[in-house]
Design a protein around this ligand. Structure first.
Ligand code: ANZ
Ligand code: ZN
Length: 816
């Protein structure tokens, strides 16, 4: 017993490989279906249970779709550049290239042991020159279109990793990799102009079949805010500045204005008396993160510049302050403060004894609930009195616009994507700096700009490549004079922003991909991966797709039509798996013991796919027992079919019963699998085994009918237990491969049972259950129930008061 073993895994994996069963041919018949799992990051040396939970069930889904007639494309590759390999190198002295390729080898072998139908011919590795050549090409295309640019900017700086971090890589003020407190630094950096696409990135979210939460997170991240820009003149100078406000209706309540400490205007307007205070304050502000600065509850800080601005409507003088609750990177880096209507302005005004003035017309409902709404002197807005909030906004902007002191303005929280990293293990930015010609893009025929192997990559705040003379020194492609290469490398999110395009044409040496081919295979129809990528990767990929579309390379606008996030598999203790807690599950050990199908099936049966949960050894054991039971029942079925004894040709009650369960199972498994509800699909297949086992015990069997039923069952099981099912399919004498078979169809007629079970109650207590013809009328059911021996006994000599019949379910006999 228990023939199913890892030998069977190997046997069929070899056969699949040898026959190229899963090879993808875009011209094959059947509607194309691009199924994609987020590719692996070979930072750890092994695949863990989380990888399996991503790849195994999705592979089952892809197999199911293949059997439904789709031409499935399911590639796999490695997101191989990035900080972890470099940090590992710094710790151990092992070169990132060596450790990365070694990890990839191990992971490839593990992925193959999974037996998923990955299209290995289409594999890609982002740190290979034949891939990053085209990542560099992408950079240059964006540069040509003005979508890649360089600017000096205050950036998040991790003093420990000695690198720049994007906003989204800062978590609670700390570096996402090492949690060290992040500070600010001014550096000239490369950016991608994702903000050009802010509107489209936001508006098109509603058309996607994506998890609601992820859509909401992207919306928040993009953060479109509709308001106005208002201009203030600086008293006694010809300087002026703009503020961004969503509440221009409160303009008449402005009693001071606040500039961000980084706003360049601060230096120009600060009076000599205030200079020292302001300088010190600016230094302090550098140590704060944007998140801290924005916190409502934090004690407000600030200093007066000594200078006044002129209110654009009333003409009165309002003091100009510097305060770190105003962010340099949002809006215009300046706000008009209306302490009677804004909580933060209120706290600031209270602390520094600034006037608080309430605008009569503009008290919104929300504000009346705020603690400070009664504060301040009521002031009149002159010509704008008596208007609603919305009317006041309209009228005030109109009036400002006439004087060229204001206009409507849409503002985004989204910032341009900072793509340069002062690190070694990434794709070099393909740019040359020439004293004569300035910034010169590397000509396409000189790509890739190869990453040199021998580089000192210990961090010291400079790019490691800057220390590699042979890399840095080059000649200008324009004038031929000596020039220097850019020494920063690209953020790894650039590599993963377009990989799904390259898969489909991964061997192309002429172009990153052939547009005609890509337009046929893309977009990705089903993308599955962890929810941690909701804002960065998914947003960057959408942006790159749109940019390439506008350059004429693609004819679609969204890369991932439908998205699912799998849940998280936790350790047996219910905590996140981690080596330090010693609660990790190593798939390889379990696969050795139970085979890959049992491992995969446990993941699919034991957890809701989008929920995940805690690993349980008992859980996998029970799935193992279930697979053994299937094997026993199938063994007897196959034996009966092969022996051909006690055969009959009629379809009787027993056949009808089994046929009912057959179609019932086909229907549930089809419906549930389609929705990635694997656990309920497997539960139905478990139930079916009971019906099959019962039929096998019949003294005579319709063997050709039995063969049909067993064939269907193995087809249903195949996506969930691919090796096991291929073996059973073969044992039944069927032609290789079960994955070339069409998915069984269910027959609604067989789902209508000829007989139904009815519970009979006497005074509300169930006394017996009987089978009656499903078309029997009420009178017939009543009569049959009263004739039943057990019921007769239960009634005894009591008097029947009433008989209630609920057709198809229940009869209740009331007696006294
Ligand atoms: C006056 C006002 C009165 C405001 C009021 C709000 C309420 P969202 O919705 O996030 O776009 N603001 C503008 N630029 C800022 C910056 N760089 N740093 C910090 N705060 C800034 O928020 C827009 C509002 O945030 C703007 O509207 C401005 O304050 C503030 F009763 O202007 B408001
Ligand atoms: Zn030059």
């Amino acid at each position: 017993m228990g023939n199913y073993s890892t030998n069977i895994d190997k046997k069929w994996q070899e056969k699949w490989e040898e026959t190229k069963l899963y090879k993808f041919d875009p011209n094959k018949e059947g509607e194309k279906l691009y199924v994609l799992e987020m590719f692996s990051y070979p930072s750890g040396s092994q695949l863990h249970a989380g990888h399996w939970f991503n790849y195994g069930p999705v592979d089952s889904w892809a197999r199911f779709k293949r059997m439904q007639g789709f031409n499935v494309f399911q590639p796999m590759g490695f997101d191989a550049f990035g900080l972890p390999a470099e940090n590992f190198a710094i710790k151990t002295g092992i070169h990132p290239q060596d450790s990365t390729f070694k990890n990839i080898k191990t992971m490839e072998a593990q992925l193959k042991a999974m037996g998923a139908m990955f299209n290995w011919d289409n594999e890609l590795i982002t740190c290979s020159p034949d891939y990053y050549k085209w990542t560099q090409w992408l950079f240059l295309e964006l540069y040509k279109k003005g979508l890649a640019y360089r600017k000096k900017a205050p950036v998040n700086w991790c003093p420990s990793c000695q690198t720049v971090l994007a906003n989204e890589q800062v978590h609670d003020g700390g570096c996402e990799r090492c949690s060290t407190e992040v500070t600010k630094k001014d550096l000239t950096q490369w950016f991608f102009k994702i903000t050009d696409y802010a509107d489209e990135l936001l508006d098109k979210l509603d058309d996607l079949d994506w998890p609601e939460k992820t859509v909401a997170m992207q919306k928040h991240w993009i953060g479109r805010s509709t308001g106005s820009q208002v201009n203030f003149k600086v008293k006694d100078t010809d300087l002026n500045f703009d503020v961004f406000t969503t509440r221009v209706d409160t303009l008449c309540g402005v009693s001071y204005v606040v500039l961000a400490p980084e706003n360049p205007l601060v230096d120009e307007i600060t009076t000599t008396e205030q200079k020292e205070l302001v300088e010190n304050y600016k230094e302090e502000a550098k140590k704060q993160t944007d998140i801290e600065r924005q916190s409502i509850s934090r004690e407000k800080t600030g200093v007066f510049t000594g200078t006044y601005a002129i209110h654009p409507i009333s003409g009165k003088e309002v003091p100009i302050w510097v305060g770190d609750y105003v962010l340099a990177t949002y809006g215009t880096g300046a706000v008009m403060a209306v302490p009677a209507h804004d909580e933060r302005d209120f706290a600031f005004a209270q602390k520094f004894h600034l006037p608080i003035e309430r605008v009569i017309a503009s008290q919104s409902k929300k504000e009346t609930e705020l603690p400070f709404c009664e504060a301040g002197v009521l002031i009149n807005s002159g010509e704008f009195d008596g208007l609603t909030t919305e009317e006041a906004k309209e009228k005030i902007v109109e009036s400002l616009a006439k004087k060229e002191l204001g206009k409507k303005k849409v503002n985004f929280r989204l910032r341009d994507w900072l793509v340069s990293r002062q690190r070694y293990w990434g794709a070099p930015i393909p740019v040359i700096y020439c004293e004569e010609c300035g910034i010169v893009p590397v000509p396409e025929n000189q790509l890739p700009v190869e990453l040199p192997y021998d580089v000192e990559f210990t961090p010291d705040g400079k790019s490691p490549l800057a220390k590699c003379e042979s890399f840095v020194n080059t000649t200008c492609p324009c004038c031929g004079k000596p020039a220097k290469r850019e020494t920063d490398t690209l953020d790894t999110f650039v590599c993963s922003s377009w990989y799904y395009l390259r898969y489909a044409d991964n061997k192309n040496t002429e172009k990153p991909f052939d547009s005609e081919l890509i337009n046929k295979i893309l977009p990705v129809d089903k993308y599955v991966g962890g929810p941690e990528h909701a804002c960065m990767h998914l947003l960057y990929a959408r942006f790159i797709t749109k940019a390439l579309r506008d350059m004429g390379y693609l004819n679609f606008s969204e890369p991932f039509t439908s998205l699912t996030h799998q849940g998280l598999i936790l350790g047996p203790d219910g905590l996140k798996m981690s080596k330090s807690k010693g609660n990790t599950i190593a798939p390889d050990d379990y696969i050795k013991e139970y085979g890959s199908d049992v491992f995969r099936m446990y993941l699919m049966f034991g957890f809701g796919y989008t929920e995940g949960g805690a690993w349980s050894d008992d859980g996998i054991k029970s799935v193992h027992r279930f697979v053994e039971r299937i094997e026993r029942v199938l063994d007897s079925a196959i034996e009966a079919i092969k022996n051909g004894e006690n055969n009959k040709t009629t379809i009787d009650k027993a056949e009808k019963e089994l046929n009912f369960w057959r179609h019932n199972t086909i229907k549930s498994v089809t419906v549930d699998t389609d929705k990635l509800q694997f656990n309920t699909a497997i539960a139905r297949m478990m139930e079916f085994i009971n019906a099959l086992s019962k039929y096998i015990q019949e003294p005579t069997k319709n063997l050709s009918f039995l063969k049909e039923v067993v064939d269907d069952y193995i087809k249903l099981l195949a996506p969930f237990a691919p090796h096991f099912s291929e073996e059973q399919w073969n044992l039944l004498g069927n032609e290789f491969s079960v994955f070339n078979e069409a998915w069984p169809k269910f027959d609604e007629k067989s789902l209508v049972k000829d007989e139904v079970e009815i519970a009979i109650q006497v005074n509300g207590k169930i006394k017996n259950k009987i089978m009656v013809a499903s078309d029997l009328n009420e009178e017939g059911i009543k009569a049959t129930s009263l004739e039943d021996e057990k019921i007769k006994a239960a009634i005894g000599d009591k008097i029947i008061v009433k008989v209630i019949v609920i057709k198809g379910r229940l009869v209740n006999i009331v007696v006294k």
